[in-house]
Design a protein around this ligand. Structure first.
Ligand code: FES
Ligand SMILES: [Fe+2]
Length: 415
């Protein structure tokens, strides 16, 4: 029997709320034809769309599917190229279950290759450093900064062993706006052309030549990676959850400047300010020197961009900020956070003070956002988790759904 009097656990008006049983086809798998069909309700427009089914945020089987459908084929941001400025510099990163090395070669080229030793699988290195080669700690196979195998002790009696065939597998690499992207799919199409919609809006920050403050990582945050992406680009909560501290950048000043394009890999919005040079801190004003090439228009707004499935990028008049999102389980992520500022900022005599004040402001947002996203993830596990409806201020979420569903369809088992 259905009821219609309350928020309607089974009311007609919310007929999409719970109809997608994780195992509707009886297969025991969440990846049913019914679940795929339900995605079509999430991609039309904010006016008609419903949120994606909750199981897509809570199921580890679904995350394993996303590993194949998204992470194995899309461009994954591994960090800033400026983190390894000199030949021989390198750092390690774990993405989609793959331990990777990001290294600058003697030829100054940035490469990304597997850290899995091709002998018996040990991780060749961890952390970060600067060296001329990598020596696997287990049996001392030696690899170059380009991943080539340079030495392997006591292998001269091994039949048909040719060093040139045993290098660390290299990934495709592209650098965009100073961010290093790698792709696990050797046939992946180039990334750059798919980000053209936003480039004109970024140009005046000159991100390739900004100063990157040292990034830091928050581990095991208890929400799904898509909850993180949605929260990052959610103008609807701006002056609600962040009432007072974000009143200068209110929800009703959200602008979605470009029509969606299915070939695009970026989802973004601008959010206007009530005054020039707004800042996400207690003063509501930018604290660092403003990026010098910004137009007046750019000083009256912030821009929030998603390059799924790993990079969230924000632009304000005095700083850019980014999240590198790394799913660990359906319900947990690690997030590396970094800030990009002008050279003038780090040379400012009061830089340390300004940074502390800026940080204190950010912490207010972080605490409020973390509380919300933790509870959203908990709510998504509820039997009462709804297929919710969107405000016009949430157009980005529908665009993000389109990006996702397009790829889910391409890889759904049996389709
Ligand atoms: S596993 Fe690396 S040298 Fe043996
Ligand atoms: Fe927020």
């Amino acid at each position: 029997m259905t009821t219609t009097h309350s928020r309607g656990i089974a009311s007609e008006s919310r007929a999409g709320a719970q109809p997608v049983s994780p195992t509707a086809s009886g297969s025991g798998s969440v990846l049913t034809p019914e679940l795929l069909a339900a995605c079509d309700d999430s991609i039309d427009s904010y006016a008609t769309a419903k949120t994606l089914p909750a199981v897509m945020y809570t199921s580890d089987e679904f995350l394993a599917f996303e590993d194949e459908a998204l992470f194995a084929h899309e461009w994954l941001c591994v960090g800033r190229a400026s983190r390894i400025p000199n030949p021989g510099d390198w750092f390690c990163v774990d993405l989609a279950g793959e331990p990777l090395i990001v290294a600058r070669g003697k030829d100054c080229v940035v490469r990304v290759f597997s850290a899995v030793c091709q002998h018996r699988g040990m991780t060749v290195c961890e952390g970060a450093g600067s060296s001329t080669t990598f020596t696997c700690p287990y049996h001392h196979w030696i690899y170059g900064l380009d991943g080539r195998l340079l030495g392997a002790p006591a292998m001269e009696r091994t039949a048909g062993f040719v060093k040139a065939e045993w290098g660390l597998p290299n990934l495709k690499v592209e650098i965009w706006q100073g961010f290093v992207f790698a792709n696990l799919d050797p046939d992946a199409a180039p990334l750059g052309p798919t980000l053209g919609r936003i480039e004109g809006y970024l140009a005046n920050w000159d991100l390739e030549n900004t100063v990157a403050l040292p990034s830091f990582t928050l581990y095991d945050l208890p929400w799904n990676w898509k909850v993180m992406f949605e929260n990052f680009n959610d103008g609807y909560h701006a002056n609600k959850l962040h009432q007072v501290i974000q009143d200068f950048c209110p929800s009703e000043m959200a602008v979605f400047p470009e029509p969606w394009d299915d070939a695009s890999n970026v989802v973004f919005r601008h959010n206007g300010f009530t005054h020039i040079d707004g800042g996400f801190n207690a003063t509501h004003k930018a604290l660092f020197p403003i990026f010098p090439k910004l137009t007046d228009e750019e000083r009256w707004r912030a821009t929030f961009a998603l390059v799924p499935p790993t990079l969230c990028l924000g632009l304000a008049p005095d700083q850019a900020f980014y999240f590198l999102v790394r799913p660990k389980t359906a319900n947990t992520i690690d997030v590396e956070i970094g800030y990009l500022v002008t050279q003038e900022t780090v040379e400012h005599p009061m830089f340390e003070h300004l940074l502390r004040a800026s940080d204190a402001g950010v912490q207010v947002f972080v605490m409020q956002d973390q509380d919300a996203t933790t509870k959203v993830q908990r709510g998504l596990h509820s039997r009462f988790a709804a297929r919710g409806r969107y405000s016009w201020q949430e157009e980005s979420h529908v665009q993000f759904n389109r990006w996702l569903v397009q790829r889910y369809k391409r890889h759904w088992p049996g389709v």
